[in-house]
Write a protein that binds this ligand. Sequence first.
Ligand code: HAM
Length: 403
Amino acid sequence: MIQPLRGMKDLTFEESDRFVHIVKTAITVARSYGYNYIETPILEETALFKRSVGDSSDIVTKEMYQFEDKGGNDVCMRPEGTAGIVRAFVSAKLDRQPMKQKFYYYGPMFRYERPQKGRLRAFHQFGCESFGEASVYEDFTVIVMIGQIFDALGIGYDLLINSLGCQDCMPAYREKLVGFLTTIRSDLCEDCNRRISTNPIRVLDCKNEHCQAHLTDSPKLIHALCDSCDTDFNTLTALLDKAEIRYTVDTNLVRGLDYYNKTAFEFVSNEIGSQSAIAGGGRYDKLVEYLDGKPTPGIGFALGIERIMALVQMPRKQREGYYMGAMVPEAIDILLRLASRKRLEDKVTVEYNSKGFKSHMKGADKAHARYALLIGEDELANGTVWLKDLETKEEQSIRIDAL
Ligand code: HAM
């Protein structure tokens, strides 16, 4: 029997119900903030991710589903959504229009990671990307929106925020950090040693406890921000304080993708084990330019749908629609016609085999129908149907033309 690949899962029944509930809830909230749906291809040129997510990031160096297609093109299954959407934004020349654009999306992402609880190789994200708004008020609004999605889903969270500075303050900080890291080089793991030259900021969020113990005295970017980044960060924290949104400033929060600047954030849950990030995002004011567009600020986030599925409180399933059954074979074509009519307004399940009363009532229960509608010999002779409301238990006989 062929099984799904390691780290990949089918979603059915209870799980697919959860999936749909999360996506629907997120869409409702995103639309109320003015986001429109965007769909981009799952397969993109590998160069797109190298230039955006970053040549030295773990995602690009270790985790890409990358291959040569039949035409000899170097392509890659998207590991995340932002790069493709920025590419689409530039491809459609939206960077040349003065209008602000906001997009939401959801779908599968692929990362060749070591699978574990909460970490899959094919997983799903719901995300939003807002283009053209440089104000820190937008950062605040995006954070509020994510909180609203989690509130609507009945999920608790902790919010971590940091500032990653900009091209004015980051280079000097990076130099200072490299100086510090070089002095503790022998105490750091192999990955950190490599990152000192390729991507020193990523050393800060190394998961190795031994490394973390040596990083407590590292210089913090938050103390080295330029005036503009510092003002924005202070405005953001003041807005969050006023809105009574709890947060922790995590100076080691650097995110695993290289395109961020200024505000970076993560929503974490302490109820799902070590893979605790349920959403992440931040500002990426240079990314449109990196991908050959005109300078356009951007900010966005993505939620991990599978991780949220483990947390979400599903609303109680209501009985809905009709179960239709015949106790004489001649009645089945009447039911089929009735079903087509009723399906214009409601859910209908039709049993094609004629069966006894008890068996139909079991079927109606299994279908979780609100109404059982049956036709037996008497009903067939009288031009009526027998209808039972399975919630109120009320029964009645109705003429077919009055239904
Ligand atoms: P990310 O933090 O890499 O950000 O992913 C966002 C969320 O996807 C994570 O918080 C997590 O819930 C989920 N996730 C990531 N990897 C896995 C995995 N292997 N298995 C299950 N769930 C996973 C991004 O992808 C950015 N594109 C977010 C963004 C949008 N930034 C700006 N705009």
